[in-house]
Ligand binder design. Structure first.
Ligand code: ADP
Ligand code: MG
Length: 147
């Protein structure tokens, strides 16, 4: 599915909509240049999951984990993992392995979103939803959801 947003607010709204439909066990792999809207989208996603905390980019710490009781605990307690591979160099797959990535993505009560997902390959589950962000100039962004 393809979307064009005309403001950061619209991208957040799109994230919020998608986040509200997540049930647990999903991995979302985000690709796109710096400033293309990945973190903005994740902020909306977190809101859709019922996270009230301010979501900031985990760029300097690789991963941030948020405990969530989505939809008033109807689906039980979930963990939302926000991972950013931007700063990682070298063997990114190995770094992720050290982080317990395999266990994290296989947990049915975990929801995982990875920025700069293209820096690692072969680590994502088969059902991963790939989301591509493109900067079309000024405030316009193209967001393509492939699953
Ligand atoms: P990334 O995580 O991909 O590097 P960010 O979400 O951190 O990108 O930054 C996107 C920047 O572009 C923000 O400053 C945001 O306000 C701005 N922006 C302008 N238009 C949009 C849009 N349509 N969608 C998302 N961000 C937008
Ligand atoms: Mg970012």
């Amino acid at each position: 599915m393809e979307f064009t947003t005309k403001s950061a607010k619209e991208t957040k709204k799109l994230g919020e909509k998608i986040g509200a439909d997540l049930k647990g066990g999903e991995t979302l792999a985000l690709v796109g240049d710096l400033g293309s809207g990945k973190t903005t989208f994740v902020q909306g996603l977190a809101k859709g999951l019922g996270i009230d905390q301010r979501v900031v980019s985990p760029t300097f710490i690789l991963v941030r984990k948020y405990g969530i009781g989505i939809r008033n605990n109807e689906l039980g307690i979930m963990n939302f993992y926000h991972i950013d591979l931007y700063r990682l160099e070298g063997d990114v797959e190995k770094e992720l392995a050290n982080l317990g990535f395999k266990e994290i993505v296989s947990g049915t009560n975990n929801i995982v979103v990875v920025e700069w997902a293209g820096k690692a390959i072969g680590v994502y589950p088969e059902n991963t939803v790939w989301i591509e962000f493109e900067n079309l100039g000024e405030d316009k962004r193209k967001i393509t959801v492939k699953s």
